[in-house]
Design a protein around this ligand. Structure first.
Ligand code: FAD
Length: 295
């Protein structure tokens, strides 16, 4: 048995949000000691291109934790990829999560990196020293024809250089176990972390499952119907639901848990209080091998 990885995701605040909110989030998360914190990359026109590198740098320098910087591929060319990667390296970040990114209506792709695997290959060739992560989809990516085909493309990401996978959110662990069996059968042998997004608000979860084409299992549907209009109670139920998911996944020996913090430090802390003891820290797979030199 190995010790599961525990990691978190944060996102840069919107341009019009007070800049300090991300530091409040990171302060609120301090003491949890995740193996790393990943920082998303905005694709929208108004997204601040430097935010991911700046926040990653803060995580590393001020909080002493390894950071993984996301980078979306389809709207950038090689010069822009280099610019972003240089920024990450100057910020001391040696791990990157290349993604294709979601299509932005009305915006023409650059036509250089059509898929995440194209950017992964480019980084592998030009910066072999970087650790490369990639995304995976237990319930199939919404644009893929089916899960088997999606897994073939996932294998391509691993063969191109990704050495660590993080999954999209899911609310039924059976979907993750089924995916894991298929991925292993396809020869994907890198660590696969399970992505858990706590339910805190009915509108938000309905939007997320719609955009991810994710299933709402009966148990969660009942919760949403019962407490959807009482956000304080739904949040409590959501913390229990996410904690239950994590306990079951760790009991099944998964490689790791990636908690989508949604920048909600208090909720993340509550889940950690429930499940933190399930993660022993002695020989953590990821920080030792891939990321320790960063912090
Ligand atoms: P890809 O791996 O390129 O796959 C996209 C689709 O194309 C899939 O349907 C796949 O089956 C298919 N495909 C792949 N390769 C080929 C090929 N060679 N030929 C034909 N079809 C192919 N979005 C952001 O904007 N910023 C973020 O920071 C961000 N972080 C994320 C983190 C995680 C862990 C996850 C799971 C998602 C994240 N996303 C983020 C969302 C992500 O950008 C979208 O899900 C996007 O639609 C797919 O990105 P990908 O890298 O998985 O795409």
């Amino acid at each position: 048995m190995h010790n599961p990885i525990f990691s978190l995701e944060v996102f840069p605040p919107k341009r019009d949000a007070p800049v300090g909110t991300i530091y409040d989030t990171l302060d609120g998360l301090s003491g949890l000691m995740p193996d790393f914190i990943s920082v998303t990359y905005g694709t929208g026109k108004s997204a601040d291109r430097t935010a991911t590198a700046r926040i990653s740098n803060t995580i590393r320098k001020d909080y002493g934790l390894p950071a993984v910087a996301h980078l979306t591929a389809q709207y950038i060319d090689k010069a822009q990829a280099d610019e972003a990667l240089n920024m990450f390296e100057q910020a001391g970040v040696s791990a990157v999560l290349p993604l294709r990114g979601d299509p932005v209506p009305g915006r023409e792709p650059a036509g250089v990196f059509d898929y995440a695997s194209d950017l992964i290959s480019y980084i592998k060739q030009t910066r072999p020293q970087m650790t490369i992560f990639a995304a995976c989809y237990p319930e199939c990516h919404p644009q893929a024809e089916n899960l088997d085909q999606d897994i073939l493309f996932l294998k391509k990401k691993v063969d191109s250089g990704a050495s660590h996978l993080i999954s999209q959110l899911f609310y039924d662990n059976e979907d993750f176990y089924r995916f894991l069996d298929k991925a292993r059968a396809a020869g994907i042998d890198v660590p696969i972390e399970a992505g858990i997004m706590p339910v805190t608000n009915e509108g938000q979860v309905r939007r997320m499952v719609k955009s991810c084409a994710s299933r709402v299992p009966e148990r969660l549907e009942t919760m949403l119907e019962r407490w959807g209009s009482d956000s304080a109670v739904l949040k409590e139920a959501g913390i229990v639901y996410a904690s239950d998911q994590v306990a079951d996944l760790v009991a099944h020996g998964v490689d790791g848990i990636h908690l989508y913090s949604m920048n909600k430090a208090a909720v993340t802390r509550r889940i950690w209080e429930n499940v933190g003891d399930l993660f022993e820290d002695e020989d953590s797979t990821v920080s030792d091998k891939d990321l320790a030199n960063q912090a």
